[in-house]
Design a protein around this ligand. Structure first.
Ligand SMILES: [Zn+2]
Ligand SMILES: [Zn+2]
Length: 263
């Protein structure tokens, strides 16, 4: 099993040391990991920029130390807004990444973690807006492998019932999944959103079932760990959910090409 989503200290919101991440991942028996550090051009208030020359040289050193025990992937989580497509593309094209994860972290110029985005919006409206932005990203950003956490919007939502359910957003979720299948791309199951295992907040199994039904084959797990104790958290539970939905393989990417492992 690969953990395809984690952040080292190259991300401004993480202090995790890449060596410590490798040691933890090896102890957990993971086959591989992807260091998906954040590039979010024009993030409100700044931050989330990485010097990828430094990143690649550091990860090469880490690979020299740990590469025999675990596969280490050079990756990026690129945060997309409509006006940063070209800049993001330049960075993605400028380095030999194994894996490019595309995410939406900013909506209408607002960072959902600040709470302002949800003001005066019922849950359905807020979630639809976010999902439409994911769809727009898929249609307009030309260089990515998988979509990051399309359920990100639930993380900071102020509603009593925060779950994102397939049945509440069928049209837009179908559009997202059909487009991804058409493009030969997929999405991650971001377990970080469900790290705390809070009552009433779970990944909607119907999402996975529907994706499989529509021909979806590319699925991976990502912990979104920013500290080592969160790596691979609850992977057994979520692997089982993915298997139950009919998937036999998880995917990771090497040099931007999908590689499958039995689940
Ligand atoms: Zn993210
Ligand atoms: Zn992340």
């Amino acid at each position: 099993m690969f953990d395809c989503h984690m952040h080292t200290k190259f991300s401004t919101d993480s202090i995790m040391d890449a060596s410590a991440a490798c040691e933890r991942s090896i102890a957990l028996g993971l086959e591989g990991i992807a260091f998906t550090d954040h590039l979010d051009i024009d993030f409100p208030g700044g931050g989330f920029m990485v010097n990828f020359d430094d990143y690649f040289s550091e990860i090469a050193t880490i690979r020299a130390n740990y590469g025999k025990e675990i596969k280490i992937l050079d990756a990026i989580e690129v945060g997309i807004q409509p006006h940063v497509l070209d800049g993001s593309m330049k960075t993605v094209a400028g380095y030999p990444f194994d894996y490019v994860l595309a995410s939406v972290h900013v909506l209408d110029g607002l960072d959902p973690s600040e709470g302002e985005f949800y003001k005066d919006k019922p849950r359905h409206e807020a979630y639809e807006l976010y999902l439409k932005e994911i769809y727009r990203m898929i249609k307009t950003f030309e260089s990515f492998d998988m979509v990051g956490h399309f359920d990100y919007i639930i993380r900071y939502a102020p509603y009593e019932d925060r779950m994102l359910r397939y049945n509440d957003h069928r049209d837009i979720l179908d559009a997202i999944m059909i487009e991804l299948v058409k493009q030969g791309r997929g999405f991650e199951l971001n377990t970080g959103t469900y790290r705390k295992n809070e009552p009433g907040v779970d990944y909607d199994f119907e999402l996975l079932k529907r994706y499989r039904q529509l021909g979806g084959e590319l699925i991976c797990l990502g912990s979104d760990a920013h500290r080592q104790e969160h790596i691979g958290l609850r992977f057994e539970y979520f692997s089982q959910m993915v298997r139950d939905a009919g998937f036999k393989y998880s995917v990771h990417f090497e040099k931007r090409k999908p590689v499958f492992s039995p689940l």
